[in-house]
Write a protein that binds this ligand. Sequence first.
Ligand code: PLP
Length: 399
Amino acid sequence: MKIYLDNNATTIVDPYVFDEMEPFFVQKYGNPNSLHYFASETHAPLKEAMQKIYAGIHAPEEDSVVITSCATESNNWVFKSIYNEYVITGKKNHIIISEVEHPSIIATAKYLENLGCNVTYLPINHEGIIEADMVRDYITDKTALVSIMWANNETGAIFPVQEIGDICAEKDVLFHTDAVQAIGKTPVDVQSFNVDYLTMSAHKFHGPKGVGALYMKKGKELTPLLHGGSQMGGYRSGTLNVAGIVGMGKAMEQAIDALDFEMSDIRELRDHFEEELLKIPDTFVVTPREKRTPNTILISFRGIEGESMLWDLNRSGIAASTGSACASEDLESNPVMEAIGAEADLAHTAIRFSLSRYTTEEEIEFTLAVVKEAVDRLRGISSSYAYAPEGHESGLEAH
Ligand code: PLP
């Protein structure tokens, strides 16, 4: 049996999405900007796909949704345009992010720091969540941008983006949110929230890889990062990825249709899985379940290197993650676990299981059995577990 529990890394393309994309490879392969039939037959499907993306995040027609190559591009675009617009011109020089943003935000912020921008990295609290009031405390008259993710990719923690958006609006500071892990898992509505920019990525909600988007509120449009042709209203040049856009539109429609299922049935399956995992002694979960996306568990098994657990799971056909995608060779600790102040030995033991609407009960029962067996085997050969002193404090609550 092959079991995929790494859906925060990427997801299977929904078969309906694949079907909609297929004609745009060998039949309807025209460049939409050309002046012939091959081009014009792509126009209606592109329009329909864009409408589905707008509808998925409740974006009004006057706002812009610009298709990019991925969320990494969307995030880079926001930061580098803000730098060009505010920092270089000397208007403002400060950006606020959380210390648990995705590397496409952290690395971009660090790059801009080297170019003279001031960046504040807000810490998370003991539940792995950013507190909105902290954003207020750090905003100054030099702050150009606040960028806080909607949901964290490691823990699934949902951040208070509504309150943060309100604070930014009140202080007249631009607000960007990386909603990559939120789409299809929690309602995303740019009209009821004060959001100026919002990042999406199709492959996280059963769409194709290599297609992302950036939402921009009317009046807050960014200068382009890629210059060239007039595609995407001149905001993002480059021949349109027709199949990708059609796929993203269908994936968004499917994700919105399946949202209730994710929030009830998948949540229930995740909760059952987690309750059973927490029956294993010396296991720890950071963020309370009700404050998380419905599909994610980041759990530590004291005494077991995350990579060792992954190895055992992989041998049984189960794909999970240590939650730190770049750490596979260096045995790095999980960044969120470090950020909440968990001891190094626990930060090394985090495993992320991320479910999807395709995950079945049978897969979860099988995984539970494999995890239990792996814990027995790995703790049996772990010197650190055997030598853990009595009453050893973890910095986390034990379950
Ligand atoms: N932001 C978050 C929160 C993510 O989880 C990811 C992917 O892991 C990205 C951005 C980057 O997405 P993409 O692969 O589309 O560049």
